[in-house]
Design a protein around this ligand. Structure first.
Ligand SMILES: Cc1cc2nc3c(=O)[nH]c(=O)nc-3n(C[C@H](O)[C@H](O)[C@H](O)COP(=O)(O)O)c2cc1C
Length: 235
């Protein structure tokens, strides 16, 4: 699609110096009411205050799909496509979903939750340093990002030698985590939920989750409703 004329940076006059031309003003953003994505981006922020109100199964389902669900049956390299990009479409990040009644793995192709530990691990999904004053311990959901290095090494995508290099692997799985986390932030901003991306007790979680040798616990993200307002305010 051709960009609208007004969306282009202003052309510089022929006599304008190059530095001035490179600083041309961009058009003002159009009204957020006309674009839901712009509205969500305006609201995107980290929140560290949550109520213990659970998400309905429908909202949890949409959250997980938005985070890293399947959005195309035919994606690159013979695999399905997902809502977040991954290196060579390796899809090496798994989302573990810590809820009050247990901890699950999101099975995106089947769009279902598999119980992995019948235990509430939300309190471990924060760094040890922040755990004594953790405002998210009772929030509805804590997503735990776990990378599977074997999926990068044995990708069906581009066979780059770098995929066997730990530094390259790390760069890929951290970027891929960030792309999912951004989807979660935007979903939360669009639906009135709070979201908070943060460190976690990697060792404590690795001891409790049944992980393979190639799996690494990376980060976590808390999602939940804001605290109830006291004295007749809206929830
Ligand atoms: C890689 C990364 C690690 C983070 N770790 C923590 C953390 O351990 N604890 C915390 O309270 N916030 C953590 N945050 C949240 C940032 O502090 C927050 O995103 C930043 O202050 C900007 O605020 P904003 O998200 O509202 O724009 C982390 C964010 C990122 C991207």
């Amino acid at each position: 699609m051709r960009p609208k004329r007004s969306a282009r940076p202003a052309r510089s006059a022929p006599h304008q110096p190059a530095a001035e031309a490179a600083a041309a003003r961009l058009p003002r953003l159009r009204s957020a009411a006309r674009n839901l994505l712009i509205r969500a981006l305006r609201r995107r922020q980290t929140t560290r205050a949550f109520s213990d109100r659970a998400l309905s199964p429908e909202v949890l389902s949409e959250l997980l799909w938005a985070a890293f669900g399947v959005n195309r049956e035919r994606g690159p390299f013979g695999a399905v496509g997902r809502t977040a990009a991954s290196a060579s479409n390796s899809q090496e990040i798994d989302l573990y979903v810590a809820l009050a009644d247990g901890t699950y793995r999101y099975d995106a192709p089947q769009h279902r939750l598999e119980l992995v530990v019948p235990e509430d691990l939300r309190k471990l999904a924060i760094s040890r340093g922040q755990s004594p004053s953790d405002p998210g311990a009772r929030a509805a959901v804590r997503l735990i990002y776990v990378a599977d290095v074997d999926r990068l090494v044995h990708t069906r995508g581009l066979q780059e030698p770098g995929l066997r290099d730990p530094d390259v692997q790390r760069s890929y799985y951290y970027v891929d985590t960030g792309l999912i986390a951004a989807n979660v932030y935007l979903f939360a901003a669009a639906t009135g939920l709070g979201a908070w991306f943060h460190n976690c007790d990697r060792q404590g979680l690795a001891e409790r989750l049944p992980l393979e040798a190639g799996q690494r616990v990376l980060f976590a993200q808390t999602v939940g409703y804001p605290p109830r307002r006291v004295r007749g305010g809206r929830r």
